[in-house]
Design a protein around this ligand. Structure first.
Ligand code: BTN
Length: 247
């Protein structure tokens, strides 16, 4: 159920998370253009910007991200510097926080429940600050999504028929993310990357990326797909894939 902004903001302000680096300080907006944009302009390490709604939410590949009031969690964590592996760690943190919903990771870092995308992640970097933006659809019913997303998007509630509390989900994700950022800083890049590769579950599968179809040979250190296609072995660092024989 969607809650009102005052209650939402009050609950976030009262959080006292058992974290070291992430989620010690919050800034909460009833509406903003984009929490990623705000963090890139104002971020300091550990700060989390949360919005009840975004008027210009940013998605991957220059797309927009639908962020209606009260329906989801739209937040950005400010991380100092460029942390290799941060987007793998972010996907795994959301995955682990939502474990009871049987989430899946879709390369590169979408989170699906069943076949529907419930979460998108966008890391942007500028002048020593990484804005790690996470959008999670929580209370949406099918009709709450823009027409063009209705076939593919879902929310935690629409995909599981359970109810969720936005602040509880936020806390769980920040606790997982804090652990991951600490592990990455302690040199656990490869173990986090391998967990993420396993969760993506596409090595050896036939995949379509835009007009090209091929078999995924591996996912490399930077997270790029190495695909054997009709025109040779190709490397893709970004893009949208579909798995023709996928469930
Ligand atoms: C995607 O396209 O899959 C990534 C979507 C990322 C959306 C989140 S919502 C909070 C943060 N602020 C933004 O403007 N974008 C990210």
């Amino acid at each position: 159920m969607a809650g009102d902004f005052e209650t939402f903001a009050q609950a976030i302000s009262s959080l006292d998370l058992p974290t070291e680096l992430v989620g010690k300080e919050f800034v909460i907006f009833p509406e903003i253009d984009s929490t990623n944009r705000w963090i890139l302009d104002n971020g300091r390490p550990g700060l989390v910007a949360v919005a009840d709604s975004q008027s210009a939410g940013r998605g991957r590949q220059g797309r927009s991200w639908s962020s209606l009031p009260g329906l989801g969690l739209w937040f950005t964590v400010s991380v100092e510097g460029m942390v290799p592996g941060l987007s793998f760690a972010a996907a795994m943190s959301v995955h682990d926080a939502l474990f009871d919903c049987r989430p899946r990771v879709k390369w590169p870092n979408d989170i699906l429940i069943g076949s529907r995308k419930v979460c998108g992640i966008l890391a942007e970097h500028r002048s020593g600050v990484t804005a790690l933006g996470i959008g999670i659809n929580i209370h949406h019913k099918a009709g709450d999504f823009p027409e063009e997303l209705r076939e593919k998007a879902g929310s935690l509630e629409s995909t599981t028929s359970q109810t969720f509390d936005r602040v509880q989900i936020l806390s769980r994700i920040l606790i997982e993310l804090d652990k991951s950022v600490i592990l990455l800083r302690d040199g656990a890049f490869e173990s986090i990357r391998l967990r993420w590769v396993e969760a993506c579950d596409i090595v050896g599968r036939t995949v379509r990326r835009e007009s090209e179809t091929g078999v995924v040979l591996e996912i490399d250190d930077e997270g790029a797909l190495i695909m054997k296609t009709a025109s040779g072995v190709r490397r893709f660092l970004s893009g949208d894939i579909t798995i023709p024989d996928g469930e």
